[in-house]
Design a protein around this ligand. Structure first.
Ligand code: 6CS
Length: 339
C-alpha cells in the first residue's frame, strides 16, 4: 500500500469516528493536444474537462498540454503510450504508432455530409468494433471517440483543379504512407514536415502547398503565405480521442462509464463546435486578407481525384494486413448504410 493510501485510511477511520466526511481522492488527468490553444482539439478537451469535473463533483480535473508543450507530435503519442499522460488526440502522424489509424487519411471514403460522418465514426458498430479497438489496444492505447475537425482544405499559390495542376507541386502531408501514396496518385510531390515547421517551410518555398482545416490555416497563419484555398471535399480532418489502455482499464466501472457517456454526449456538440469555428475562422481570414482566392471543385473535377484515390485503398490493406482490411470493410459498410 502506498503512503497516501495509508494516510487516507487513517483519516477515514478518524473521520468516521468524528462523523466528518472524508475528502474525495482528487485526481488529475493529463491531456496531450496536437493543436494549440483555441483549436478544435483544445475546445473539445476543455468541454470534456468541464463535464467530467461537474459529473465527479470536482474530484477529477484535466490538465491540458497544447501542441508544443510536450515536444513534437510523436512525443505526445509516446507520452500517452507510456502512461506519462492519460489522454491525447492522435491524427495523421499517429500512423507510425497505430498504422490502422491511417484509415482516416484515405480520401473519398466517407460521405459528403459532415454530420453524417461524425455519426458513422462514433457509431458503436465502428468505434467499438474489434478491429478498431484492437488496433489501438495492441499499442497500449484505448480509442474513446473520433472527432471530425472540418474539411481538409488545400492551400497553394495557384488554383488546382486537376492532377495536371498538381505536377511539380511540393505539398506538405502529415507523416503517413497513405497520404504520400494519395498525393502521388494526384501527381503532386508529397513531403513530410512537422506541424510547427510548416509555416516557415511555406514561407521559404520548401513546400508549395498544404492541407489543413480552415481553423488551422487561420490560427497557424498558413494562409498568410499562400494565395489560394481549394475546396475539393476529399476528406475531413479526423482525430481519435484516446487514453492510455492501462489507465483506462484501471478506472472504476463508474468512472469508465462517465468517460464513455461524456464522449457519446459530445458527438453532436463537437460537430457543431467545429463547423462554427471553421466558419468563424474563414471570416477572419477573408477580413485580414480579402485577396485570398477560393476555388470550389466541380463534381466532374472531384470525380477525377476520387478515381485516382481508389487504388490507395489496396495500399491501406497492404500496410495494415488482415485487421486493417476488416477495419476498412467495417467503415465502408457503415457508409453504405448511411447513404
Ligand atoms: O497537420 C498537422 O500536422 C496537424 N493539423 C491539425 C489541424 N491538427 C493536428 C495535426 O497534427
Amino acid at each position: 500500500m502506498r503512503t497516501t493510501h495509508r494516510i487516507c485510511a487513517a483519516f477515514t477511520g478518524a473521520a468516521l469516528a468524528l462523523g466528518i466526511a472524508a475528502p474525495a481522492a482528487a485526481e488529475r488527468w493529463r491531456v496531450g493536444l496536437e493543436e494549440i490553444k483555441g483549436s478544435v482539439q483544445w475546445q473539445y478537451a476543455e468541454e470534456f474537462a468541464k463535464r467530467i469535473k461537474e459529473k465527479t463533483d470536482g474530484e477529477v480535473t484535466l490538465q491540458l498540454f497544447p501542441y508544443g508543450q510536450l515536444g513534437g507530435l510523436t512525443d505526445i503519442y509516446d507520452a500517452v503510450q507510456g502512461g506519462a499522460i492519460q489522454l491525447a488526440f492522435g491524427s495523421g502522424f499517429l500512423g507510425g504508432t497505430v498504422p490502422e489509424s491511417q484509415l482516416f487519411s484515405l480520401n473519398f471514403v466517407l460521405t459528403d455530409d459532415q454530420w453524417t460522418n461524425a455519426q458513422i465514426l462514433n457509431d458503436p458498430a465502428f468505434v467499438e468494433s474489434e478491429p478498431f479497438v484492437q488496433s489501438f489496444r495492441s499499442r497500449g492505447l484505448h480509442p474513446i471517440s473520433v472527432i471530425t475537425e472540418g474539411w481538409q482544405v488545400w492551400s497553394a499559390n495557384k488554383p488546382i483543379r486537376s492532377p495536371a495542376d498538381f505536377k511539380g507541386v511540393n505539398i506538405r502531408v502529415m507523416d503517413n504512407r497513405l497520404l504520400r501514396e494519395t498525393y502521388q496518385a494526384y501527381d503532386a510531390n508529397p513531403i513530410t514536415i512537422e506541424y510547427g515547421e510548416l509555416y516557415s517551410a511555406l514561407q521559404l518555398g520548401q513546400a508549395d502547398a498544404a492541407i489543413q482545416p480552415l481553423f488551422a490555416h487561420q490560427e497557424m497563419g498558413f494562409y498568410e503565405v499562400q494565395s489560394h484555398f481549394i475546396f475539393a471535399r476529399q476528406a475531413q480532418f479526423i482525430a481519435t480521442w484516446m487514453g492510455n489502455s492501462d489507465w483506462y482499464d484501471g478506472l472504476s466501472d463508474e468512472m469508465r462509464g462517465i468517460v464513455n457517456e461524456t464522449a457519446d454526449e459530445m458527438v453532436r456538440w463537437a460537430h457543431d463546435m467545429q463547423v462554427e469555428l471553421n466558419d468563424a475562422r474563414m471570416d477572419i481570414i477573408m477580413k485580414k486578407k480579402p485577396g485570398m482566392k477560393t476555388v470550389e471543385l466541380t463534381a466532374e473535377e472531384r470525380a477525377v481525384f476520387r478515381e485516382r484515390s481508389i487504388p490507395v485503398r489496396d495500399v491501406f490493406g497492404e500496410v495494415t494486413g488482415e485487421r486493417g482490411k476488416r477495419l476498412l470493410d467495417t467503415l465502408l459498410k457503415q457508409v453504405e448504410m448511411a447513404r
